[in-house]
Design a protein around this ligand. Structure first.
Ligand SMILES: Cc1ncc(COP(=O)(O)O)c(C=O)c1O
Length: 260
C-alpha cells in the first residue's frame, strides 16, 4: 500500500533515481510511476524497518563474533552457540514454550512449508485432508496447492465479513480424515486477529493438528509480561545419549490474555 506524499523521506538520497530534464524538483520516477516526493510506507504489518536496538545488539555477531554455532571445535563456534541458545530461551519465554521446542528457520515461508508438508506427508497413509483459510498467506496457499497436486484434499474456508473464521463452520468441516488445520494468527494484509486459542481447542477436541503462522504475531499482538528466560538447552552428548528430561511447558500468559 503506497500513498504519494511530499513528506521528507527517511531514505538516503542514494536510492533515489536521477531526475530527468523535465522533472520538477522532488519528482521521482520509477518503473513508469512518477511521484512528487518519496511515498509513505504503510505496509509495516507485512515487513517493517529493523528496530535500531536489534541492529545494535546484532552488530557484534556480524562483525566480531561471527562463528558458526555448529562449529564444535573452536571458541568462535562456542560463543556463537551460547548466543543462539540464549536467544532460543528468550523466544521460548515469549511464547510460553520449552526451548527444545524452538526451531530456527530462515523465515515464515520455510516454517509454514515445513509444518504443512511435514504433517500432511507424515500422516498421509491415514489422513489426506487439510483445512485452511481463503485469506491465508500466499506461502500457506502455495503449500496447500502443492499438497493438492500430491493427491491431498484441501478445504479453503471463507471468512466472515469481519475477516474472522466462523468456528462452527470450522467444527463442521473437520472430517475423520482431516490431518491438519492451518489458520494464521494475524492477517498480514487486513490485520484481523483470529481466535487461535478457540481454534486450537476445537482441533484438540477433534484430534487434529493445528498450525498457525505467527509471522506477524509477535510484533502485532499484545505483549506477554516479561518472563524469565529458560536456562540454556543442555548440549546432547552423542557418545552417551542420555534422554533429555521431558519438556516443562510453562503456562502461556500471552495466549491466555487473548482468550475472550
Ligand atoms: C503472516 C505471514 N506469513 C508468512 C510471511 C512470509 O514471511 P517470510 O518473508 O519470513 O518468509 C509473512 C511475511 O510478512 C507474513 O506476514
Amino acid at each position: 500500500m503506497l500513498a504519494a506524499t511530499t513528506a521528507t523521506s527517511r531514505r538516503g538520497f542514494a536510492a533515489v533515481p536521477e531526475a530527468e530534464d523535465d522533472d520538477a524538483p522532488g519528482d521521482i520516477a520509477m518503473k513508469g510511476v512518477k511521484l512528487q516526493g518519496a511515498p509513505l510506507y504503510l505496509d509495516s504489518q507485512a515487513t517493517t524497518m529493523l528496530d535500531p536496538r536489534v541492529l545494535d545488539r546484532m552488530m557484534p555477531w556480524q562483525l566480531d563474533q561471527f562463528g558458526n554455532p555448529h562449529s564444535r571445535t573452536h571458541m568462535y563456534g562456542w560463543e556463537a552457540e551460547d548466543a543462539v541458545e540464549k536467544a532460543r530461551g528468550h523466544i521460548a519465554a515469549l511464547v510460553g514454550a520449552d526451548p527444545r521446542e524452538i526451531v530456527f528457520t530462515s523465515g515464515a515461508t520455510e516454517s509454514n512449508n515445513m509444518a504443512l508438508k511435514g504433517v500432511a506427508h507424515f500422516y498421509a497413509e491415514r489422513k489426506r485432508h487439510v483445512i485452511t483459510l481463503q485469506t491465508e498467506h500466499k506461502c500457506v496457499l502455495d503449500s496447500c496447492r502443492y499438497l493438492q497436486q500430491k493427491g491431498f484434499d484441501v478445504t479453503y474456508l471463507p471468512v466472515q465479513p469481519d475477516g474472522l473464521l466462523d468456528l462452527d463452520l470450522l467444527r463442521d468441516s473437520i472430517r475423520p480424515d482431516t490431518a491438519l488445520v492451518s489458520a494464521m494468527f494475524i492477517n498480514n494484509e487486513i490485520g484481523v486477529i483470529q481466535d487461535v486459542e478457540r481454534i486450537g481447542q476445537i482441533c484438540r477436541e477433534k484430534g487434529v493438528f493445528f498450525h498457525t503462522g505467527e509471522g506477524t504475531g509477535p510484533r502485532g499482538a499484545p505483549r506477554p509480561p516479561p518472563a524469565t528466560p529458560h536456562a540454556p538447552r543442555p548440549r546432547p552428548n552423542p557418545r552417551s545419549p542420555e534422554p533429555l528430561p521431558p519438556p516443562q511447558t510453562p503456562p502461556r500468559p500471552w495466549a491466555r490474555s487473548r482468550s475472550t
